[in-house]
Design a protein around this ligand. Structure first.
Ligand code: SF4
Length: 345
């Protein structure tokens, strides 16, 4: 695998096509069957109340705000029912960091969903900052928190809340949210307890290339030790309605996205799946990403509230995603949250 200085050199290079070809060769070696996968699922944001005030976030509302909400179990059940009716296999459930919701609330929610829908719905829930918050407000260790959530029905953990895994950057954009070491600890502990997780990176928020490479290095090292990541998902900061958007005036371009995607594929050879996203870069850039290392286009996303609050308004149907994949020269296949395709096609 390439070294960090080599990755920095790739970031500095203007040979976009060369970098893409290098990433494409690795993608072909890991996925020689020429399949590109997607998932049908939905994001459920159970609350938008949050105490962290991240400067890149347009989704949260402070405690007591009139637009704040906590979804009822019935509303969540309805959303899951609709997801299943549309051929979905899972939900990505995430929310703000609520100081009044202790572990019993989450345990009750997970076990009620499993009681009602059984194994038909995969529960990919609660990013590292939420888990550290649940542990904190419940007076529990991270290990006990994750084990109790798993025993109540949690199937896997999303990589959200990573942004850039470097405290210099985090201090500037999300001072109150979990530090790099806590994000790492949540994922290492989850892997040790038998849960798979994903890793993400939100770039273009004023970080340097060195910060990005440090992030990739942390993810690669965890994967070397645990093998617990199913996928890596890089995406870029959306400015609209955010306070950080007043300082970071320009969003990442398509070239910057494709370069970062390709270098992620090259650097993280030990992670099977790299997602070419359409939610922030748009469908056409996502399609190009399939020749820059991506082997998955993510979700058709029946519902998404977080990045759309910050100005990402792209939409896609299953047929559009399948056409986009076919037209790039691949076979489209529906997958589940753990990137398994065989029983769905
Ligand atoms: S990104 Fe998450 S933790 Fe930060 S303010 Fe938004 S909801 Fe809260």
């Amino acid at each position: 695998m390439i070294s960090s200085p080599e990755a920095e050199e790739l970031f500095a290079s203007d040979d976009l096509i060369g970098i893409g070809m290098q990433a494409d060769a690795i993608r072909r070696r890991i996925h020689p069957e020429g399949v590109v996968s997607y998932i049908i699922d939905r994001n459920i944001n159970y609350t938008n109340f949050c105490t962290e005030y991240c400067s890149f976030c347009a989704f949260y509302r402070p405690m007591g705000h009139e637009e704040g909400y906590i979804l009822s179990k019935e509303t969540i059940f309805d959303k899951i029912r609709e997801t299943l009716d549309l051929g979905g296999t899972g939900v990505l459930m995430q929310g703000g960091l609520h100081p009044g919701l202790k572990i019993e609330w989450y345990e009750d929610l997970l076990s009620s969903i499993k009681k009602k829908f059984g194994s038909k719905i995969h529960l990919h829930c609660f990013s590292a900052p939420e888990i550290t918050n649940i542990a904190e407000v419940s007076g529990l260790s991270l290990r006990d928190t994750i084990a109790r959530l798993r025993d109540s029905g949690l199937d896997s953990i999303p990589g959200g809340g990573a942004e850039i895994l470097d405290d210099e950057v985090r201090y500037r954009i999300s001072r109150l949210k979990c530090a790099t070491a806590e994000w790492i600890e949540v994922h290492r502990t989850a892997h040790a307890l038998g849960l798979r997780t994903t890793a993400t990176m939100m770039f273009g928020c004023g970080e340097t290339i060195r910060h990005r490479v440090n992030h990739l290095e942390i993810v690669r090292r965890i994967q070397e030790d645990t093998g617990g990541f199913t996928a890596f998902i890089p995406w870029f900061f959306q400015r609209e309605n955010t306070s950080l958007g007043r300082f970071v005036k320009e969003e990442a371009t398509a070239v910057e996205y494709l370069r970062t995607l390709a270098i992620s594929r090259i650097y993280l050879e030990n992670i099977d799946n790299i997602q070419s996203s359409w939610v922030t870069p748009g469908l056409k850039t996502c399609q190009l990403g399939l020749r820059f290392g991506g082997n998955d286009v993510g979700s058709i996303m029946i519902e998404e509230n977080v990045v759309s609050a910050a100005g990402a308004h792209h939409r896609a149907t299953e047929e559009e995603l399948r056409r986009l994949i076919r037209d790039a020269g691949f076979v489209p296949k529906q997958r589940d949250t753990l990137y398994r395709t065989y029983f769905l096609n």
